[in-house]
Design a protein around this ligand. Sequence first.
Ligand code: TXD
Length: 312
Amino acid sequence: MKNKVSIIGAGMTGSTTAHWLAEREIADLVLVDVVEGMPQGKALDLQQALPVIGKDVTIVGTNDYEATAGSDVVVITAGLPRKPGMSRDDLLIANAAIVRKATEETIRRSPDAIYVVLTNPLDVMAYLTMKLSKLSPERVIGQAGILDSARMRAFVAMELGVSVENIQCYVLGGHGDEMVPLTRHSNVAGTPLREILSPERLEAIVNRTRKGGGEIISLLKTGSAYYAPAVAVTQMVDAILKDKHLIVPASAYMQGEYGLKDMYFGVPVQIGSKGIEKIIEYKLDAAEDAALRKSADAVWQTTEALLSLVNI
Ligand code: TXD
């Protein structure tokens, strides 16, 4: 029997995730959106691309959650971006309502699913999904760290003219401006980044990584990044469906790890068929620890704002 992945929100990241996943031929796909005709049209278009690349999966586009029944993985990308005049709290309320609906409609049809959440504010929306679904925390994972680390890897590759395959970077913390690129743990074919790049160049790469999402938003003018976020989700779904025990940074529920509790936060995790199998605790130096705490404070503030605005 084929696996089934439902993607809620067939916008830029949702439909691009469907594209990357279809290429891997690892699951039948369902795209759900509130806009009438749009998920149906995108699904049909993508379905018609598959004869050319020789992939046999079924892609359904719909406005009805019924088609999501029995999903192995549910990906939540539904949400609104911030519009002029909208505060972060306004966005929080709007996206919390959307994520609530997506979670409630999917969990009763797919009680055994693993959830991968993408909607912003990411760490808090993953928290909300976990609370509303009443799933155990390891079954709800937020995507941020693979993307942020991939951005840093791309910048290092561009700087050094080395294959991206040789570059490992680890960005932890919340998915926001306070994220923590761990330069001490990042390397090029085993050689620490700090031994290859000058402190100035490294700092420039760290700063560009932190602002990586904003750089793309200001270039695109409408909307935000979608190729890299979508392929990051795809890697997580692949690791779940193939039970890969893959270690990547992702947003996970903290139960004392890194001294944090009752919040979602970006840390190294091991992903397999049951979701998060393990949270890995790096030994951090004082500067890394301080940066992580600052990032955690920012996520905690948004989590508290959610709790004051939304009943869960
Ligand atoms: O790495 C990350 N975590 C991020 C997160 C990287 C990129 C995008 N990030 C966030 O994902 C972004 O800030 C948004 O909160 C979500 C979705 O971003 P995307 O770029 O895909 O936005 P779009 O193109 O506007 O798509 C959102 C879709 C759109 O088609 C809406 O009609 C739909 O969500 N939508 C809904 N679908 C189903 N159900 C409901 N209620 C609903 N409301 C809106």
